[in-house]
Write a protein of this length. Structure first.
Length: 325
C-alpha cells in the first residue's frame, strides 16, 4: 500500500535520448487503466525534445521539475550504448530531484540509470537478459538476476524486457489498490493479470513445434483442479509422457519445474481469495490445494515474508479502491 494514501498518485516517467517508445508508453497505458487513481506525466532531463530509437523524436510535456513532486518515478529504457557507468550531468541532476522515500522503478535497461545513480547499491536487481553481461561489467557490486521478470527490493523495483514492464506496473497497482483493481486494469489492457516476478524472462531452449507434445493441456487441467494433489506422474499421464520427459519439457516451456509452478499458481489463487473473499484461511488452503493452513502459511512466509492473516489485513481493506469504482 502507498504510505501517503493520496490519490491520484503522481507518477513521473523519465525519458532519455534513444528511449524505446513502446516501453515509454507502458506506464501511462497501464496506470491509466486503473480508473483515475494515478496521474502519469512524462518528462525529459531538460524539458526539451528527445530522440527515440524508432526514427522519430518526441517532446514530453514536462521537464525534470516533476520528478521532485512525484510519489513514484519510473525510468524508461534506452540502449546501454547511450549510457555508461556514470551519468551525464543533466541526467544526474534530474535523478537528484528524487526525494528520499520516493518509490523508484525501471523498465528494461532503465536499471542502468538506477545503478549509475547509486540507487541499486546493496540491492537485488534485474534488467533485459541481453544487457546482463554489460550491466555486470559496469556494476559488479550489484546483485543482478537476469532470470526473472521483475524484482522488488524495498522501494526500488526493476524489470526486464518490454512485456515485464506491464507486469511491473500491474504489480504496483496490485500493491497499492488490491487485485480487483489490478485485474480490471489488466482486462482493459488485454494482458494477463498476473505473472509472478520470479518467473523466467527468457528460455533459450527449443519448444516442441507439435502442440500434441506440449505440456499446456496438463497445465490447463492443473489450473482447473487446483485443489487436487497434482502429482507429476498424474500430469504427465494426461499428455502421454513419462514423468521424466514431462518434467524436462515442462521446464523448457515455462522456465520452472512442475512442483515450483504448481506452488506459484496455488499462492496466486490464495492471494486472490485472501483479498477478495471472507473464506477462512483453512478453507482457502483447502481450495487451492495446500494440505493444511500451516502449509499455506509456510509457503506464504517463504515466498512473501508474511502470513495469510497479515496479507489479508494489508490487502483486504482497500478504501482507495473506491476511487476506481
Amino acid at each position: 500500500m502507498l504510505s501517503d494514501g493520496a490519490f491520484p498518485h503522481q507518477i513521473a516517467v523519465l525519458a532519455l535520448d534513444g528511449v524505446f517508445p513502446f516501453e515509454l508508453g507502458i506506464p501511462a497505458r497501464v496506470f491509466g487503466a486503473a480508473g483515475g487513481a494515478y496521474e502519469v506525466r512524462t518528462c525529459s532531463v531538460d524539458g526539451g525534445p528527445i530522440e527515440t530509437n524508432a526514427g522519430f523524436a518526441i517532446t514530453p510535456a514536462h521537464g525534470p521539475e516533476i520528478v521532485e513532486s512525484a510519489g513514484t518515478v519510473i525510468i524508461a529504457p534506452t540502449h546501454p550504448s547511450r549510457l555508461g557507468p556514470r551519468l551525464s550531468e543533466p541526467v544526474a541532476t534530474a535523478m537528484r530531484q528524487i526525494r528520499p522515500g520516493t518509490r523508484v522503478a525501471s523498465i528494461c535497461t532503465g536499471a542502468f540509470v538506477l545503478a549509475a545513480a547509486g540507487l541499486l547499491d546493496r540491492r537485488r536487481a534485474t534488467t533485459h537478459w541481453e544487457a546482463a553481461e554489460q550491466f555486470r561489467t559496469w556494476f559488479p557490486h550489484i546483485r543482478l538476476d537476469e532470470d526473472v521478470l521483475f524484482i522488488e527490493d524495498g522501494d526500488v523495483l526493476t524489470s526486464a524486457g518490454a512485456a515485464s514492464g506491464v507486469d511491473l506496473c500491474l504489480h504496483l497497482i496490485r500493491s497499492d489498490l488490491g487485485s480487483e483493481v489490478a485485474n480490471r486494469a489488466a482486462r482493459r489492457c488485454v494482458v494477463p493479470p498476473f505473472r509472478d516476478g520470479g518467473q523466467a524472462q527468457y528460455i533459450d531452449r527449443p519448444v516442441p513445434d507439435d502442440p500434441a507434445s506440449s505440456t499446456a493441456p496438463a497445465r490447463q487441467w492443473a489450473l482447473e483442479h487446483m485443489a487436487a494433489p497434482l502429482s507429476v506422474p498424474e500430469l504427465a499421464d494426461l499428455v502421454h509422457m513419462s514423468p521424466r520427459t514431462f518434467a524436462r519439457r515442462f521446464r523448457d516451456e515455462t522456465g520452472l519445474p512442475p512442483h515450483r509452478w504448481i506452488i506459484q499458481q496455488r499462492l496466486h489463487r490464495a492471494r486472490h481469495l485472501l483479498e477478495s473473499s471472507t473464506l477462512s484461511v483453512d478453507q482457502i488452503a483447502a481450495d487451492v490445494g495446500f494440505a493444511t493452513a500451516t502449509s499455506l502459511r509456510q509457503h506464504m512466509n517463504a515466498e512473501l515474508g508474511v502470513s495469510p492473516h497479515a496479507y489479508r489485513r494489508t490487502f483486504r481493506a482497500e478504501p482507495a479502491a473506491e476511487l476506481v469504482g
